[in-house]
Design a protein around this ligand. Structure first.
Ligand code: CP
Length: 346
């Protein structure tokens, strides 16, 4: 075994010392120590990925990626990470080329859905060593029907590729990016998560994952949003419960300038509030929440999960300027997902 392969095995073993779970749904599952161990695996992968690509560490394994919604980064980074590790990636589009799926129990299936999750998840689990699922909410923004259905019925480990309330792979990549910005760690560093205008009332999966990522890493997190766009209070309290362990601090404010002042990173995201019907009208009066040069003046870096609407969420000058770190942030998706795959399949 090469030195690099030994390092990877040792790093994966440190993940398993902390986390033996087979569900990566909201990103909190590995806990602070398990997450730190996953980030170590991701760093080794990132620094050596061409050599790792020749090792075929997960040869013979398979990952089924089931996408009920579009993706550029998540699909590509999952497929590339899986391939680089020597495993096979099966890309499935939910309802397009696969059967329409039913998730409710005790229903008469005489509508459009031909297949029930009670068969689909176990069957996929016989072919694939890991299932990875993306499903945005179709109803209220707390609708986690699809990912919960897979979690209940999949025998294989399950990775959430974004649901109503969680985008854990994005959150893990964001932790790696914040660590890079902070010189290895962002513990105690000020991070700003700011609401920004968007024409649609988007789910809160990304901002909630940023919150969880910041708390797991011990950040001094300032969340700024206008009245009526508060993050899900239940999820905020759940994340807050980790603050005691990690030393994280949480400030909720209506003042985006104060939140951004001196921050290591200003992370912008649009999300919906309680009243979706009035979303467009309300956003029309909130143009001053677009992140521009003045808001970024004393901050180190600008982050966004992408895709981003230029001159709605953030101005061209910030996005194209020297503080924007959105490309390396997106690049970090591949190594963190590889780290989770290795921790389950190596
Ligand atoms: N950030 C992110 O998840 O991008 P995609 O929607 O393109 O996968």
């Amino acid at each position: 075994m090469s030195t690099l392969e030994s390092r990877i095995h040792a790093a994966v073993s440190r993940v398993r010392d902390q986390w033996r779970g087979t569900r990566f749904i909201d990103g909190l599952e590995p806990g602070p120590q398990g997450t730190a161990a996953l980030l170590d695996v991701a760093r080794i992968y990132r620094a050596n990925r061409l050599e790792i690509g020749r090792m075929r560490l997960l040869s013979g394994r398979a990952v089924a990626g089931l996408f009920f919604d579009p993706s550029l980064r998540t699909h590509t980074s999952m497929e590339v990470a899986t391939g680089r590790l020597g495993a096979h990636f099966v890309h499935l589009q939910g309802g397009q080329g696969t059967w329409g799926m039913e998730f409710a129990d005790n229903v008469v299936m005489n509508g459009t859905a031909a297949e029930h999750i009670r068969e689909a998840a176990p069957v996929l689990s016989t072919y694939a060593d890991v299932l990875a699922v993306r499903a945005f909410p179709k109803g209220p923004n707390r609708d986690e029907t699809v990912i919960r259905g897979f979690a209940a019925h999949a025998g294989a480990p399950l990775m959430n590729l974004e649901s109503a309330l969680s985008h854990p792979c994005q959150g893990l990549a964001d932790q790696l990016t914040l660590c890079d910005l902070g010189g290895g760690s962002f513990k105690g560093r000020k991070v700003c998560l700011t609401w920004a205008p968007h024409p649609k009332p988007l789910p809160q999966a990304v901002p909630l994952s940023v919150l969880r990522a910041a708390v797991l890493g011990g950040a001094d997190l300032h969340i700024a949003n206008p009245e009526g766009f508060d993050l899900d209070p239940e999820e905020v309290e759940r994340a807050r419960s980790f603050c005691g362990d990690t030393g994280a601090r949480l400030t909720l404010t209506r003042d985006p300038d104060a939140a951004a002042q001196g921050a290591l990173a200003v992370y912008a995201k649009g999300w919906g509030g309680n009243s979706h019907e009035e979303h467009a009208d309300r956003v029309a009066g909130l143009g001053h929440w677009t992140v521009g040069d003045a808001r970024m003046e004393s901050a180190t870096a600008f982050l966004h999960c992408l895709p981003v609407r230029r001159n709605v969420i953030v101005t061209d000058s910030v996005l194209d300027g020297p503080k924007s770190r959105v490309i390396p942030q997106a690049a970090n998706r591949e190594p963190v997902q590889a780290a989770v795959l290795l921790s389950w399949m190596l």
